[in-house]
Design a protein around this ligand. Structure first.
Ligand code: DON
Length: 305
C-alpha cells in the first residue's frame, strides 16, 4: 500500500514538473532569491507516515501559511469570543494585502488577509515582541514536530519593504482594533512570515490540523479540538483569498497558501497535503501547488464538501 501511494505521488510530481507558468513573488526582495523551479509534494497520513516527492527538504519562508497558526494561538490565548470582537470570519473577495476594513463592522473581514493576520499577531500573549514571537515559533514547531527557526535575511527584507503592511497596521490602530503601537505588532507579524519550513513540515502541520489538533507522530495535543475546527472553517472560506470559491469547488479541502510558494491542505481525520513550488498565479497562489492539489483531490476523491 505504502509504495502504491508513493508511486502515485511520484507520478503527479513527474506530470507537473514541466509546468513553468506563473512568476516568483519579488515584492519582498528576499523572496526572489529562491530557485523558481523548486518543486515538492508531501502527503502525511493521520498515522504520521509522510510520502515525499521532489525538493521536500528544501527550506522556504512560511509567509501567509503562518496566518491560520497565529490565529489558532490567538484563539487559545484569548478565547473565541474575545478574538471575534477584533476579526470577522467572512471571505473578503479582495487581494490579501488590501488596505481595508469591513465598512459596517469596522473590523478586518477575516484572519487570512493581512489586516486580520496582523490583528491576530497583536492578540498573541507576551510582554515583548521577542516573547510573543518565541511563543509563536514554539507553537508552529509543535505543529511541525521539530524546532523551526527564523530566516533573518527574510525578516530584514520584509521589514525594509513592508510599508503596505505598516499602512494596514496604522489603519487598524486608528479604528482601535490594535491596542498597541503598530510597529510592535508588525515586528511580530514580519517575523512569523519569515519562519522557515520545508514541504515535509507543512504536510505534518496540515496532518495535525487533520487530527483535530494532535500531532500524528508525537501525540502532542497542540490545539483544542473546538478551536481546531474554527481554524479549518476559516481556511475553507478564506484560505485561498479571492480564489477561495474556485478552490472549494475544484479541490474541496480547507487550505492555506503563502507567497513563498507553499500550500497546505487538510482532509479532516485523514491526511495533510503540502506542495512547494514558488511560481505564483495572479492571486498569489502557487501554480503547481494549485494544480497538484486539484489533481490529487480528484484522483483520490478527497473533495469532501
Ligand atoms: O504580508 C505579506 O506581504 C507577506 N509577509 C505574506 C503574504 C503572503 O504570503 C500572501 N500569500 N499568498
Amino acid at each position: 500500500m505504502k509504495s502504491l501511494v508513493q508511486d502515485y505521488i511520484d507520478g503527479v510530481y513527474r506530470d507537473l514538473t514541466g509546468e513553468r507558468s506563473g512568476s516568483v513573488a519579488d515584492y519582498i526582495p528576499e523572496l526572489a532569491v529562491v530557485d523558481p523551479d523548486s518543486f515538492a509534494i508531501c502527503l502525511a497520513t493521520s498515522d504520521g507516515y509522510v510520502y515525499e516527492a521532489g525538493d521536500s527538504r528544501k527550506k522556504f519562508a512560511i509567509q501567509s501559511i503562518s496566518k491560520p497558526f497565529t490565529y489558532a494561538l490567538a484563539l487559545a490565548d484569548r478565547g473565541l469570543a474575545a478574538v471575534a470582537t477584533k476579526v470577522d470570519v467572512e471571505p473578503s473577495g479582495e487581494p490579501f494585502n488590501e488596505i481595508s476594513l469591513d465598512p459596517v463592522t469596522e473590523r478586518p473581514r477575516n484572519p487570512m488577509i493581512n489586516a486580520g493576520a496582523i490583528t491576530s499577531a497583536s492578540l498573541v500573549a507576551g510582554a515583548t515582541v521577542a516573547e510573543r514571537f518565541e511563543r509563536i515559533r514554539r507553537f508552529y514547531s509543535r505543529f511541525a514536530g521539530r524546532e523551526l527557526t527564523l530566516n533573518e535575511s527574510m525578516f530584514e527584507s520584509e521589514d525594509r519593504t513592508g510599508n503596505r503592511n505598516r499602512a494596514i497596521g496604522y489603519l487598524l490602530r486608528e479604528y482601535g482594533i490594535l491596542e498597541e503601537d503598530p510597529q510592535t505588532t508588525l515586528g511580530v507579524y514580519f517575523r512569523q512570515c519569515s519562519i522557515e519550513v520545508d514541504c515535509r513540515d507543512l504536510s505534518l502541520m496540515a496532518a495535525t490540523l487533520a487530527d483535530s489538533g494532535v500531532h500524528p507522530v508525537s501525540g502532542d495535543r497542540v490545539l483544542d479540538a473546538g478551536l481546531n475546527e474554527r481554524v479549518l472553517s476559516v481556511m475553507t472560506t478564506c484560505g485561498m483569498y479571492n480564489a477561495a470559491g474556485d478552490w472549494v469547488t475544484e479541490v474541496g479541502l480547507p487550505a492555506k497558501s503563502g507567497v513563498g510558494g507553499g500550500i497546505l491542505a487538510v482532509l479532516p481525520g485523514q491526511l495533510g497535503l503540502a506542495v512547494f513550488s514558488p511560481r505564483l498565479d495572479e492571486h498569489g497562489n502557487s501554480v503547481r501547488g494549485v494544480r497538484s492539489c486539484r489533481r490529487i483531490s480528484k484522483d483520490l476523491e478527497l473533495h469532501f464538501m
